[in-house]
Design a binder for this molecule. Structure first.
Ligand code: NAD
Length: 395
């Protein structure tokens, strides 16, 4: 019998929804590039329902309990008196979502004597101290590709929201105004702009593909270069480093994982090297940017806008400066947890659990850490070393 500790965000303040805006979600048949969708033996939920909150339980209770396992679900994750810390010492599996991360620090991993699997219901496992996970021989797995397209759609939306000054214009309407000049004094077309991505993995490439029809000039930097054919198809300019990309674009959209190479990449110096009036969109991880450097650049006008849906910590305090800085188009961390994405990562979490609990190999592309080192997608997209995993260290 295994004890599975599942940390999810709280239910809606109005209660678990009795009815949804739409009756179904589209049925997909595969991911771009050929990766197959999650393939558990069965699912016990209705795709399109809210699964990522406490009452949704990722649809895992029947499966786990009918197989003799224990499921504990909580949203109480901060501090030594939290339910998460109380339940952690004898948990075999911890499941958490990046939107409401249960930070698995080295200290918490040391307390979790039975822990074998840290499963991310989503993508991005920087909330787990990967060095500590490697040292302990844990497996860290995530549901690769489950919400990559969800995030790319959000990034495109945030690029347009910033450049076209959507948020401020919408505000004039809800405030009862018709202030055209106030709305458009900061509004531009993206057509003709230089738009670049930092990292052209699953999300970054999907963002490039979605921006191409806007007739922009595309740019990217990634430590792994795209195939020639893809560069030609998108007519995208490759940059050898982040600095070259940053000084060459009007809009940068960040899509790299958070690891020692990307921690605080967008600092005061790199932002200062960007064209005056540039925009940054960050749906990757907050700590890729230096928090106060972003605030200062927006206040000085060097940056024309910043949009993101990732913060540190999560949830952020009510006085976090990104809530009140000028010309922001922030969302809470929602881009990868649409009802559409939840159906995929709930199914993927079940697939990973089924394999883990029956001693079968977890798909290579789902692995971040395994067998005492980075593995699978982790080996391709992350680095370790230089101390603790940034997201979990509070640096
Ligand atoms: P991916 O593994 O397909 O792509 C990551 C890419 O980053 C790879 O191409 C890799 O080569 C590149 N990369 C790694 N280190 C780099 C560096 N130092 N400089 C430049 N490029 C580098 O992953 P993905 O599905 O595209 O997701 C990327 C990240 O987006 C995740 O790790 C996660 O942090 C974030 N994410 C956010 C949300 C959300 O809801 N906001 C959802 C999913 C993923």
């Amino acid at each position: 019998m295994a004890k599975v500790l599942l940390v999810l965000y709280p239910d809606p303040v109005s209660g678990y929804p009795p009815v949804y805006a739409r009756d179904s979600i589209p049925v997909l048949h595969g991911y771009p590039g050929g990766q197959t969708l999650p393939s558990p033996s069965a699912i016990d939920f209705t795709p399109g329902e809210l699964l990522g909150c406490v009452s949704g339980e990722l649809g895992l209770r029947d499966f786990l309990e009918s197989n003799g396992h224990q499921l504990v679900v909580t949203s109480d994750k901060e501090g030594p008196d939290s339910e998460f810390e109380r339940e952690l010492p004898d948990a075999d599996v911890v499941i958490s979502q990046p939107f409401w991360p249960a930070y698995l620090t080295a200290e918490r991993i040391a307390k979790a004597k039975n822990l074998k699997l840290a499963l991310t219901a989503g993508i991005g496992s920087d909330h787990v101290d990967l060095d500590a996970a490697i040292a302990r021989g844990l497996t860290v797995a995530e549901v690769t590709f489950c919400n990559s397209i969800s995030v790319a759609e959000h990034a495109v939306m945030q690029i347009l929201a910033l450049v076209r000054n959507f948020i401020a214009s919408h505000q004039w309407v809800t405030d009862g105004g018709w202030n055209i000049a106030d709305c458009v004094e900061r509004a531009y077309d993206v057509e003709g702009m230089d738009v670049g991505v930092i990292a052209a993995g699953r999300i970054g490439l999907a963002t490039l593909r979605r921006m191409a029809p806007f007739d922009v000039n595309l740019h990217y930097f990634d430590t792994r270069r795209l195939p020639d054919a893809v560069e030609k198809e998108l007519n995208v300019t490759y940059h050898p480093d982040a600095a070259s990309l940053a000084r060459s674009v009007d809009v940068v959209s960040i899509h790299a994982p958070l690891h020692p190479q990307t921690y605080h990449l967008f600092d005061e110096k790199l932002i200062a090297s960007m064209r005056r009036g540039s925009y940054i969109v960050n749906t990757a991880r907050a700590e890729i940017c230096v928090r106060d450097a972003v605030v200062a650049a927006l206040k000085s006008g060097h940056l024309a806008g910043y949009a993101g849906d990732v913060w540190y910590p999560q949830p952020p305090p009510s006085d976090h400066p990104w809530r009140s800085m000028p010309n922001e188009a922030m969302t809470p961390h929602v881009s990868g947890t649409t009802l559409s994405a939840q159906a995929r990562y709930a199914a993927g979490a079940r697939e990973i659990l089924e394999d883990f609990l029956s001693d079968k190999a977890i798909r290579d592309e789902y692995l971040i850490v395994s067998g005492g080192g980075l593995a699978g997608t982790g080996a391709a997209s992350y680095t370790t070393g230089s101390g603790a995993s940034p997201g979990s260290s509070g640096k």
